[in-house]
Design a protein around this ligand. Structure first.
Ligand code: ZN
Length: 138
């Protein structure tokens, strides 16, 4: 399903990696929004629990971000978070908390020297890898 691949701009992809790195040793999290399958914006959220195993963002912060996204006439394409010390595989909690199958799950792992980015589609608590590309200019 090549046509359904999520498309990152280089900028958003770099910012995603930067955000994750800057929040180490804790988990980072945020939202990626855009149009069709193209990511135009990255919204770095504050992980309200300082943890390397989970993340939590308050309702208010999420609602404010969703409003900003709507104002830009974009929609939420993916939610990202990082795994500072473990593989980029969704945990039981990740799956349980991910309710919308339309929204992709992105996990960045810093377990290895070079971070690994994985994208997943989660449906009925089952996840599968989803393709993504990085485009120089969007
Ligand atoms: Zn996780």
């Amino acid at each position: 399903m090549e046509n359904d691949s999520l498309i990152f701009s280089v900028y958003c992809y770099d910012e995603l990696l930067n955000d994750g790195r800057s929040k180490l040793p804790y988990e980072a999290c945020g939202i990626l929004s855009g149009k069709n399958n193209q990511i135009h914006s990255i919204w770095k959220l504050k992980n309200e629990v300082k943890s390397d195993r989970r993340f939590f963002v308050g309702k208010k912060a999420v609602e404010e971000t969703l409003l900003q996204i709507a104002l830009k006439d974009e929609k939420v394409l993916a939610i990202y978070h990082t795994h500072p010390t473990t593989a980029p595989v969704p945990s039981y909690t990740d799956i349980k908390n991910h309710r919308e199958s339309e929204v992709k799950m992105i996990i960045v792992s810093y377990k290895t020297k070079n971070p690994i980015v994985k994208c997943y589609c989660v449906q009925n608590r089952v996840y599968k890898e989803w393709p993504f590309l990085i485009k120089p200019i969007v």
